[in-house]
Ligand binder design. Structure first.
Ligand SMILES: [Mg+2]
Length: 142
């Protein structure tokens, strides 16, 4: 997928005045986008910085993306208009971007589940708590 990602208040935030050089990275959100990059999506950071004032914030923004380790294919600075609200059927807020749990973080109960074979399975399954059964099912996305 080709994914356009906003910068301010999406992968960074401000304490007080919104002054671009003072942006503070939100590493949780950056990790979400980096994961989408790692999964093979084309990531374009898209910002209207300078769109109202006419100032060119390209160098500052490029340095921030580099310093914050934001994986991306390109930065588009001058094509995004300034607006107050975007209504579109293809948008998501960053809070809606969920990352699947890393398969390397396998819960112990899932490891045990994978060792159970054949006729013992039904009996073993009945010994599990509801939470353990949910953990296994969620791990396999069912
Ligand atoms: Mg924004």
């Amino acid at each position: 997928m080709l994914i356009y990602v906003d910068i301010d208040e999406t992968i960074c935030f401000y304490e007080g005045k919104r002054d671009y050089p003072d942006a503070i990275p939100n590493h949780t959100n950056i990790a979400k986008i980096n994961k989408l990059y790692d999964e093979g999506n084309e990531i374009v950071y898209w910002t209207a910085r300078g769109g109202t004032t006419g100032l060119d914030w390209t160098t500052t923004t490029e340095e921030q993306l580099k310093n914050w380790n934001c994986k991306h294919h390109r930065l588009e600075m001058h094509s995004k208009p300034s607006y107050d609200l975007l209504i579109c059927d293809k948008t998501k807020r960053i809070e809606e971007i969920m990352t699947k749990p890393d398969k390397k973080e396998k819960p112990d109960i899932v490891k045990e589940y994978e060792t159970i074979r054949g006729g013992d399975f039904q009996e073993w399954w009945k010994t599990l708590s509801k939470e353990q059964q949910i953990t296994i099912n969620e791990y396999y996305g069912r």
